[in-house]
Design a protein around this ligand. Structure first.
Ligand SMILES: Nc1ncnc2c1ncn2[C@@H]1O[C@H](COP(=O)(O)OP(=O)(O)OP(=O)(O)O)[C@@H](O)[C@H]1O
Ligand SMILES: [Mg+2]
Length: 452
């Protein structure tokens, strides 16, 4: 028999993959977005998918989140209008899998892997990937690789990013997290970019894609979106899908830059799910599952497996919204402990109009000092020391209590301050290559004063 033409062959493969057995239970109660189902206890385990049928013949996708009183506890991905007591809950394929591929580049998709950009169906990959992949085993992972050129002066000098590193961007609301992410998306070296917009405002999604990312940025990106008005399962799944797509592209040998805005919204989604499943609230009403899920998600980014395979890596930047600028709140604390560096954006600096509003003294990259050359470390160390001196003396200088000539280091710090400020200020369309960044920074430093 002749082989069917390509689209038909794809369709035939899809049909081949379709499950043949189906199970059916009955919905017994509903509260908020959770449903109790009888009859599927032996089929559904936590994390499995299921459909709730409505009285009008519709189907609502659900996930199993636990068990209560001998019944399965489901949570819906959509609102459960039309679901009534006695309606059926059916399942035939319990695993959440999708088939991401390089063909997804340039596309905007939702948490269920459906295109939402109006550009037709997605070109799916060959292999189904579970949305809950474990990270590569710690000992079987490559080490963090060479330094990346991100094009952002403050990053490339003071908080450098290496291939396979995971960096957190911590800031209060409106301090410039999303704008900084868009600078990474447009300027940083990477083969592909996967962007997860998790729980952000709907209005900002279009602005981000059209104005910040632009056609050129979008062409090398996959954007996964679940806005703040979407149910918690959609928001959580957008984050899981973001890592799943990044893993697929990594396994194709690409260097992937994964940008997620924000991990806090992922944690909040998990909080809603955990509380609905009956978990006890702990710190700031976050249930324990939040602190178990965070490392499981964030550890999936990082260097690829060291098995001589594809050679791809996932470098990742996760934003963390710090409530009321409290950098010790539980999510910020947990995330900071997992990642390999943190960038603190400071409202006080943003108010002075200096963007990106990075607080040099509180930001740390754990790949330092190894990733810079000795000369680069000397330049950065000197600039940082002078910035710290200025910070210590700031009030004295402002009040006029410091007299120039008293301390050469403070004089040098005062000279450097306005010039360093101008160096750190960078418009979102402006890109500087790393060698130029260092040449500019070295030229700013005073030649006299304390030895370098
Ligand atoms: N590099 C920049 N250059 C000029 N202005 C900037 C820059 N970065 C941020 N801003 C200003 O800060 C505002 C807030 O930025 P952004 O939306 O990125 O903050 P955010 O931290 O993501 O906010 P939210 O917490 O509300 O999501 C922008 O509307 C813009 O006016
Ligand atoms: Mg934002």
């Amino acid at each position: 028999m002749r082989a069917p033409p390509a689209p038909l062959a794809t369709l035939a493969a899809e049909i081949e993959r379709m499950p043949t057995v189906s199970w059916r239970g009955e919905i017994r109660s509903a509260a908020g977005m959770t449903l109790e189902v009888d009859g599927l206890q032996r089929v559904l385990s936590v994390g499995d998918k299921c459909h709730a049928e409505t009285v009008r013949g519709g189907r609502v996708l659900c996930e199993t989140i636990g068990f209560r009183n001998g019944r399965s506890l489901l949570m819906a991905f959509d609102n459960i209008e039309g679901v009534a007591e006695g309606c059926a809950a059916t399942t035939n394929d319990t695993a959440f899998t999708l088939r991401p591929s390089i063909g997804w580049l340039g596309r905007v998709i939702d948490a269920l892997g459906q295109p939402i950009d109006g550009h037709g169906p997605l070109r799916n990959g060959e292999h189904a990937r579970s949305l809950r992949q474990p990270p590569p085993a710690a000992c079987a992972r490559r080490r963090v690789g060479e330094k990346l050129d991100t094009g952002i002066r403050v990053i490339d000098s003071f908080v450098p990013l290496c291939r396979g590193q995971r960096l957190g961007v911590f800031a209060g609301s409106g301090v410039g997290k999303s704008t900084l992410l868009s600078m990474f998306a447009r300027h940083a070296e990477a083969d592909a970019i996967v962007i997860g917009l998790v729980g952000e405002r709907g209005r900002e999604v279009r602005e981000f894609i059209q104005d910040d990312l632009g056609a050129e940025g979008l062409a090398r990106s996959v954007v996964i979106v679940a806005t703040s008005d979407e149910p918690p399962l959609m928001r959580r799944q957008a984050a899981l899908l973001c890592l799943t797509v990044a893993e697929e592209l990594r396994d194709q040998g690409l260097h992937v830059l994964c940008l997620m805005d924000s991990v806090t919204r992922f944690a909040m989604a998990q909080r809603e799910i955990g509380l609905a499943a009956g978990e006890p609230p702990t710190s700031k009403s976050y249930p324990p599952s939040v602190f178990a899920e965070l490392p499981r998600l964030l550890e999936r980014a990082g260097p690829g497996p060291d098995d001589g395979g594809s050679g791809g890596d996932i470098t990742a930047i996760f934003t963390v919204l710090v409530d009321g600028d409290d950098h010790d709140e539980p999510i910020a604390d947990a995330v900071r402990g997992i990642l390999d560096g943190h960038l603190v954006l400071d409202r006080r600096i943003a108010e002075q109009g200096r963007y990106p509003a990075v607080n040099l003294l509180r930001s740390v990259s754990r790949t330092l000092p190894g990733c810079h050359s000795p000369d680069e470390n000397r330049v950065v160390g000197r600039a940082r020391a002078l910035a710290a001196t200025y910070d210590n003396m700031r009030e004295m200088i402002r009040l006029g209590a410091y007299k120039r000539g008293t301390d050469p280091d403070t004089d040098a710090a005062m000279d450097l301050h306005p010039r360093l400020d101008a160096f750190l200020r960078q418009g979102k369309d402006d890109r500087t290559a790393t060698p130029d960044t260092f040449a500019q920074l070295a030229a700013l430093l005073p030649t006299t004063g304390a030895p370098t």
